[in-house]
Design a protein around this ligand. Sequence first.
Ligand code: NDP
Length: 245
Amino acid sequence: MFDYQIKENSLTDKTILVTGAGDGIGRQAALTYAELGATVILLGKTVKKLEAVYDEIVALGYPEPAIIPLDMKGATRQNYIDMATTISQQFGKLDGALLNASMLGELTPFTQIHEQIWNDVMQVNATAQFLMSQALIAPMLLAPNASLVFTSSSVGSKGRAYWGPYSVSKFATEGLMEVISDEYENSSLRCNAINPGATRTNMRASAFPAEDKNQLRTAKEIMPLYVYLMSNDSKDITGQVLKAQ
Ligand code: NDP
């Protein structure tokens, strides 16, 4: 496990965007960030799921979150620019962005990869990450120190049979992270990626339907790295792919 002691109130006064905040790891990260004092912006595809997380955060007495419903498959560059403008107007700055949402597509032999699945996975996992981070950099540079966090996978640095588009899209994610990190090395913006490792979520269950999910770590258990990268303790860390477990 990534070794970090979570400190109470360590994210107070920070505004943090979490994509894919309605389910799985993103949902847990949103709840954890809110618990530590952050105002979270919940972005995702299914409004009902986002509303459930919103209600949970409010019921627990954490700072009131915001909701941005967005399907990253169809979203355009203008959607991301509008989103960034709204964030700047409403919050004045963006301290953190956890780009967590992604799709698995289908696990198939390479010669059977469907072009449409390839395009969808690339759109959501690579192009949307590019457009979103491009738009978010302006509000992030208004924060005293900002943390942009991408989400990779073990197949994002070593290709794996049958994982075609998902694996390639995670290589792209790591590349994007390195480019941004290098370009903003002398700024207040840092950029890293998390490899969560096998975690008990719906995505994991669809990739490994036969495995015993009780053997897997929960999203809650892998939160130390997610908190570390959003906290001021990681201020000087950039360009890294860090493993949550
Ligand atoms: P889940 O499938 O549980 O959650 C994915 C989230 O992304 C959901 O909230 C989903 O929204 C959202 N999402 C998917 N497609 C879109 C879209 N087109 N537009 C907006 N939001 C979208 O996945 P995990 O929590 O397991 O995964 C989180 C991240 O961690 C992913 O990047 C994944 O690749 C990575 N990862 C996960 C591992 C694991 O073992 N779980 C291992 C390695 C990496 P909705 O629910 O509305 O569809």
